[in-house]
Unconditional design. Structure first.
Ligand code: PLP
Length: 395
């Protein structure tokens, strides 16, 4: 894959990356390039230049994802909400999501009054598959949101074929997968539209932030209007709205940071992949570990280095997380199945059906952990964390 190699000299020069005792689960890699871009936005990105960094970031992002349009937003959650509203999805409609994802994939479905339907995931790539998707489609299904879990990507050709067969909209939730590729196309290029997160824990960050990318001009125009309180661009009366919309804009300062990070994306992703390879090397002798599977056509961006433990090892995710945390090693549990969360108790039928159907997600979830994957970590910290984990598992 055409990724730059990691540059150790740049890493060493960056004061904000100086080691800390806590082995962080996630965090960014900020260099002087980002500092310079933000300084420029803070000092001169006002008045006539108030949107210059936003325009440049959106243009570069559309180009990166091979899309016609990109719309920056304050978060990925906002981008999904905006998209569902723009698509006209609402009461009586069902939208399919995978069981194993952050709640934000599903919450916006409820914001527009539609019903989330929780699908099982594939046992190999841990994402929606053509089979698990098709099993959830009903006459009320309007869309499915596919999640590129932890930086992996599923078989989008098969998923799109199912969506086309049933006439539903496919949406790519690429919140975790910037820099990944499937079949020579980048994360964000699949489905009718895709969304990204630039939260501080993500590979590319703007502190908080998000992006919606798409090709359909009418949908784009609707989302532009909804993003700005229902105001039509160029409206001569300025304060005249035909619709009630949202205030979902990214700031110029955040966009400057985002563009500088995007320009360094190959280095960011190379480092994430290097962290994952280090874990595999230093935990390779431990039996009963299942690592993220990078399919033939996939370049996994390893936002998180994730591993599932065989039940026979005797560790579930929460006790393991607490034990490692006592040693200053920060790990996170793999997501709980969404249909297990009290948050969705208002969708009792969906929850019951999902619990009975989604055996893979329920089988995987108790034993999955995200290992420290912060971009500031040094090799030695990964090796020490691997040894600490191996020590616990081999006891
Ligand atoms: C899969 C997924 N979707 C959506 C989101 C929401 O992103 P944000 O926090 O930018 O709203 C996240 C955030 O982690 C995520 O992991």
């Amino acid at each position: 894959m055409p990724l730059d190699t990691f540059l150790p000299e740049l890493y060493a020069e960056t004061p904000s990356l100086a080691g800390s005792n806590r082995v962080a689960v996630a965090g960014p890699w900020i260099t002087e390039a980002e500092v310079a871009a933000v300084t420029d936005a803070v000092t001169s990105g006002w008045y006539g230049n108030a949107t210059s960094h936003i325009v440049a970031f959106e243009e570069a992002f559309a180009q990166h994802t091979q899309r016609r349009f990109a719309l920056s937003t304050p978060s990925c959650t906002a981008a999904l909400h905006l998209l569902l509203a723009g698509l006209g999805i609402g009461k009586g409609d069902e939208v399919i999501v995978p069981e194993l994802t952050w709640i934000a994939t599903a919450s916006p479905i409820t914001y527009v009054g539609a019903t989330p339907v929780f699908s099982d995931v594939d046992s190999v790539d841990w994402c929606l598959s053509a089979d698990t998707l098709e099993a959830c489609i009903t006459p009320n299904t309007k869309a499915a949101i596919v999640v590129d879990l932890y930086g992996n990507m599923p078989n989008y050709h098969q998923l799109q074929a199912v969506a086309d067969k049933h006439g539903i909209v496919l949406i790519e939730d690429a919140a975790q997968s910037i820099g990944a590729m499937y079949n020579d196309k980048p994360a964000g290029a699949y489905g009718q539209a895709a969304v990204f997160s630039f939260h501080g824990a993500k590979t590319l960050t703007t502190g908080e932030g998000g992006m919606l990318v798409l090709d359909d001009e009418d949908l784009y125009n609707r989302c532009v209007i909804l993003r700005d309180h229902g105001r039509i661009p160029g409206e001569p009366r300025l304060f005249w709205q035909n619709d009630v919309g949202f205030k979902y804009k990214l700031s110029n300062i955040q966009a400057a940071l985002g563009l500088a990070q995007l320009q360094r994306l190959p280095s960011l992703v190379s480092r994430k992949r290097a962290l994952f390879n280090l874990y595999q090397q230093h935990l390779g002798h431990v039996e009963g570990l299942t690592w993220s599977n990078e399919g033939d056509k996939v370049c996994h961006s390893h936002w998180m280095s994730t591993v599932f433990l065989d039940a026979a090892l005797g560790w579930e995710k929460i006790p393991l997380m607490e034990t490692l945390r006592d040693r200053n090693i920060d790990v996170r549990p793999v997501f709980y199945p969404l249909s297990q969360l009290p948050a969705f108790s208002g969708y009792a039928t969906q929850m019951q059906q999902a619990k009975a159907r989604n055996t893979t997600a329920y089988h995987l979830s108790p034993y999955g952990i995200n290992l420290p994957s912060a971009l500031c970590l040094e090799d030695k910290q990964i090796i020490d964390a691997s040894e600490a984990l191996a020590g616990l598992l081999l006891k």
